[in-house]
Design a binder for this molecule. Structure first.
Ligand SMILES: Cc1cc2nc3c(=O)[nH]c(=O)nc-3n(C[C@H](O)[C@H](O)[C@H](O)COP(=O)(O)OP(=O)(O)OC[C@H]3O[C@@H](n4cnc5c(N)ncnc54)[C@H](O)[C@@H]3O)c2cc1C
Length: 347
């Protein structure tokens, strides 16, 4: 009989791992707490095009991710950076124009939105192999079998691969027997990339900033947005600006955030910025399937790829995976995929 593997988390890492193990003839089940797959990949689709609320860019050095995209037949396009950028140093002054360096590393986007990777991976599974809206609450080792308990049911399996970000994993799932104390201490202090970010996107009928020979790239010391980019689609049929805002704006409601972002866009690009079609934002701190309340300040990427994550637990039946456990690219999509290949090679 084929061995069974439960993969906790239907993000990029979980789905890639499940796909690789299915190719190796394991019986795979993906358990996902949310009603959608993708985790930190979240492309919002509307009549004004696709807007990335999560992961957006990849780079030529993301070899494993590019290999996966290639296998899945996914097309890429270059991030538009043509024109000058703006920098807002102080609230009393107009943003200053500057030239972007010509030799910077090019970044790429996925033509139909990053979610395309998820939807193409999803096609590799039967309906029974993906369980949505099931939040894992306990993992118990019973001699040679592992019991996985969710809010709906419980399942027996030979192996478990947990792709939930480590800090959330140990704060939301009970392990019996307890995980080693050293691992718990490291996981508690493992930074989850972008867990306090607020992404926003504003769609427009035209890319009016380009008429001023501006790239749409902006940086600000003042806020609420700190970084801004052109977010028009590959075919140049839908146009948008997208950026990150100060994480403190999580305390405000969406209407207030929208008002302040539009005001700042007017300061950057003029009155046309008020004629937007849609505004979307996502404060990831409020998403309990990624974030956990932690009062402690962690450095970006702290403990990502820690050597303890390279070990297995529960008599080699439990593996802690996901992007933050990747040694080289912890926190990024490349890390999620690299780790999936690494973990699958252990089977
Ligand atoms: C705003 C933002 C921008 C980003 N930009 C980029 C970028 O431009 N380039 C880049 O390379 N990376 C970027 N990233 C990072 C990238 O999205 C992640 O590295 C990658 O998607 C992580 O994949 P993962 O599968 O390891 O984890 P996740 O995507 O976090 O997946 C974990 C899954 O586990 C599920 N889960 C959690 N708890 C449970 C439970 N108890 N039971 C069952 N399921 C559970 C979650 O719902 C989630 O679906 C960005 C992230 C964000 C948030």
């Amino acid at each position: 009989m084929n061995k069974s593997v439960i993969i906790i988390g239907g993000g990029l890492s979980g789905l890639t791992t499940a796909h690789l193990l299915k190719q190796k003839k394991y019986n795979v089940t993906i358990i996902e707490a949310n009603s959608r797959l993708g985790g930190r990949i979240y492309t919002k689709k509307s009549k004004t095009g696709t807007l990335e609320m999560g992961a957006t860019w990849l780079w030529k050095y993301n070899t494993k991710l590019l290999q996966l995209c290639n296998q899945l037949g996914i097309q890429l396009f270059e991030q538009c950076m043509d024109g000058d950028a703006l920098f807002e140093a102080m609230s009393a002054h107009a943003p200053q124009r500057f030239q972007l360096p010509k030799n910077q590393e090019k970044s790429y986007r996925i033509t139909n939105g990053t979610q395309e990777i998820i939807s193409r991976l999803c096609k590799k599974f039967t309906k029974d192999e993906i369980l949505l809206n099931e939040k894992v609450s306990a993992i118990t080792l019973n001699s040679e079998i592992i019991d996985v308990t969710t809010n709906k049911s419980s399942y027996e399996t030979d192996y478990v691969i947990a792709t939930v970000p480590p800090q959330l994993l140990i704060n939301s799932i009970n392990f019996s027997p307890n995980l080693p104390e050293q691992l718990m201490n490291v996981a508690k202090k493992t930074h989850t990339w972008m867990n306090d970010s607020i992404k926003f996107a504003v769609a427009y009928k035209t890319p009016f900033w380009r008429a001023q020979k501006l790239s749409g790239v902006g940086f600000s010391n003042v806020g609420p947005f700190t970084e801004l980019y052109d977010h028009s689609n590959a075919k140049e049929t839908t146009f948008a600006l997208m950026g990150f805002m100060n994480p403190n704006m999580v305390k405000e409601n969406e209407d207030y955030r929208k008002e302040k972002i539009i005001q700042q866009l007017v300061k950057f690009f003029g009155a046309e910025a008020t004629n937007y079609i849609t505004y979307e934002d996502k404060p990831w701190r409020l998403d309990t399937s990624i974030s956990t309340k932690s009062s402690e300040y962690l450095l970006p990427h702290q403990n990502n790829g820690h050597t303890l994550y390279q070990q297995s637990f529960f008599n080699s039946r439990l593996i802690i995976s996901g992007s933050e456990t990747s040694k080289k690219f912890g926190g990024y999509m490349e890390g999620a995929v690299e780790r999936a290949y690494e973990v699958a090679s252990m089977f």
